[in-house]
Design a binder for this molecule. Structure first.
Ligand SMILES: O=c1ccn([C@@H]2O[C@H](COP(=O)(O)O)[C@@H](O)[C@H]2O)c(=O)[nH]1
Length: 241
């Protein structure tokens, strides 16, 4: 059994390269990784992503979702950036997930660390009502566990889920899968468009490997101080597993 600490990822959601670089620099010693997603990548391009990846460990969150060949080829095209974590949507199904895993293994054969493949289960902006609106008559918890089991069996290294589903996923899948958890809100902060939220300490207590925090850091008057406060909250929670 070893002591386990939850690590902090800052989501740098901005269309401005200068802004992202400023945040990445300010947060360098405060967060464990940065996340770049659709907004930054579409606005600034892959060279900009590559430049920031040279500065800090990178979670490249592009949530690919298409037919298996297109997703696998897309992931392959991104491998020179060498992010630590990459996302696809679990809803793409087992063949898409298995092809994605295979392409990453092939691209990084013989190298020390390949990017870990994460399957996004149910977005943290969704609740039971939003699931019902798209014809899914299940709770987010039921749907996350159902998709999570399928995705891990198909070859995903981990899952993106909310902190509310961590215990059920650990019960179903054990400690192996890497659980990456957005929808994090320090006590008293605005929920924005997030529906399934928890505080950093609650998510750490539940067993998150990583938490993802965007606006509570980037919209703070002092982003570095906001990130440090979250780290302090995480450090106060020590789990053994
Ligand atoms: O289910 C998901 C999957 C990804 N995200 C991403 O995480 C950050 C959260 O940002 P906040 O500002 O802390 O809300 C954002 O980049 C999302 O694209 C998610 O929120 N939920």
């Amino acid at each position: 059994m070893s002591v386990h600490h939850t690590r902090l990822i800052a989501a740098l959601d901005t269309p401005s390269y200068e802004q992202a670089l400023t945040w990445a620099t300010e947060l360098e010693s405060k967060v464990d990784a940065i996340k770049l997603g659709l907004e930054f990548t579409y606005a600034c391009g892959l060279d900009a992503v590559r430049n920031l990846a040279a500065k800090q460990e990178l979670f490249l969150d592009l949530k690919l979702h298409d037919i298996p060949n297109t997703v696998a080829s897309g992931l392959k095209a991104l491998t020179p950036i060498h992010p630590s974590l990459m996302t696809i949507h679990a809803l793409g199904g087992p063949e898409m997930i298995a092809r994605s895993r295979a392409v990453l293994e092939e691209a990084f054969e013989g190298k020390t660390a390949r990017p870990r493949l994460l399957a996004v289960t149910v977005l943290t902006s969704m609740n039971e009502e939003s699931l019902s609106a798209i014809g899914i008559n299940a709770t987010p918890l039921e749907e996350v566990v159902r998709l999570g089991k399928m995705a891990i069996k198909a070859g995903a290294d981990g899952l993106v889920c909310s902190a509310h589903e961590i215990t059920a996923l650990r019960d179903a899948l054990g400690d192996g899968p890497e659980l990456v958890v957005p929808g994090i809100r320090p006590a008293g902060s605005s929920t924005d468009d997030q529906k399934r939220i928890m505080t950093p300490a609650q998510a750490a207590q539940a067993g998150a490997d990583w938490i993802v925090v965007g606006r509570p850091i980037t919209r703070a008057e002092n982003p570095a101080a906001a990130a440090q406060a979250i780290q302090d909250e995480l450090q106060a929670v020590t789990r053994c597993r």
